[in-house]
Unconditional design. Structure first.
Length: 326
């Protein structure tokens, strides 16, 4: 195991200033003077491993941790995606980012990725289980393969990463923290995303169960349950036609979607030493949507059979385009 190299965080004007303005809680979000809530360099010397780190929420979290001084490794199934993301994050933060290719569904690929990370910079003590899959469909239109694919990515994938990384932490007596990205409907349930709801409920249960079991090893488990945060990858599958995006926005008490940098700031706090007594907890992060309207996808009861056919065609076309980019 090697010690992570010491490096200086590239300061930005926003980090250098003090006295941030209050953040608006309405439909129009004011940009605060301080883009980062934690002090510069507070993750210096730490190694972080982020699954699904090539796009969306995972990329946002990886960027924030790198900005705060962590040595960050991001993993994705697609080599092209993860290589590009690593370079983009490096350009923003000035810190080296390690790109790893691997499928969380395959335990041997997870092991190879973590072996490479261990050899290059050391065992990660921050693990973000973010890799996920989801799509909209009535349950009766699914087959076992469609159901199994989502469960394998979300639940089995989280278990594979947690087992391998956790055993390394325990053996090396490093302690650490796992952050699982779950969802609000893991708690409430929701129609039309049953595979995701079931799998994410399992991921939430792991936060609570392993928070109790592995605390003795100095390992914490925390989770974030986001509401709708508009990222291209997620919305291409959940609302490929764009027909329901505005409805979801209006359904939120704050009248807007969450933003990636808001979630990334929360993630950085939860995985930092400032949250060292926070364990076994999942933070709901949805602008009040759950308390206003539990089950964000239940609105799809109004969709006609003809419209479902249109949506399925749009989803297939989106998937075909994605496969061609591999």
């Amino acid at each position: 195991m090697r010690t992570p190299p010491t490096r200086m965080l590239r300061p930005t004007p926003s980090i250098m200033r003090t006295g941030a303005r209050c953040l608006s809680t309405g439909a129009t979000r004011q940009t605060p003077v301080l883009q980062t809530m934690l002090p510069a360099g507070c993750f210096e010397g730490k190694v972080a491993f982020v699954t699904g780190g090539g796009t969306g929420l995972g990329k946002g979290i990886a960027t924030k941790l790198s900005e705060l001084g962590a040595t960050v490794a991001i993993m994705s199934r697609k080599r092209g995606v993860v290589d590009v993301a690593a370079k983009e994050i490096e350009e923003i933060t000035g810190n080296k980012v390690i790109a790893l290719q691997g499928d969380v569904r395959e335990a041997d690929q997870v092991k190879l990725a973590l072996d490479e990370l261990d050899e290059r910079v050391g065992i990660p003590t921050i693990v973000v289980n973010n890799a996920a899959g989801n799509f909209i469909s009535p349950f009766e239109r699914l087959n076992s393969k469609g159901f199994g694919t989502i469960v394998d990515i979300v639940l089995k994938g989280t278990a594979n990463v947690t087992l391998d990384a956790g055993k390394r932490m325990i053996q090396a007596e490093t302690g650490g923290v796992f952050l699982n990205i779950t969802t609000t409907y893991a708690e409430t349930g929701s129609g039309y995303v049953v595979p995701s709801a079931a799998a994410k409920a399992g991921v939430s249960a792991m936060v609570k169960s392993l928070g109790a079991e592995w605390g003795k090893y100095g390992i914490r488990f925390v989770g974030i349950a986001p509401g709708p945060i508009k990222t291209k990858g997620a919305f291409d599958r959940l609302d490929p036609s764009g027909a329901f995006t505005e409805v979801m926005r209006k359904n939120n008490p704050l009248g807007r979607f969450g933003e990636v940098d808001e979630l990334a700031n929360l993630a950085s706090y939860l995985t930092s030493d400032y949250a060292s007594w926070l364990n076994g907890e999942i933070i709901r992060f949805d602008g009040g949507e759950t308390v206003s309207n539990a089950g964000e996808f239940n609105m799809f009861s109004a969709v006609t059979q003809d419209k479902w056919d249109d949506l399925e065609r749009a989803i297939r076309e989106s998937n075909d385009k994605s496969k061609k980019t591999k």
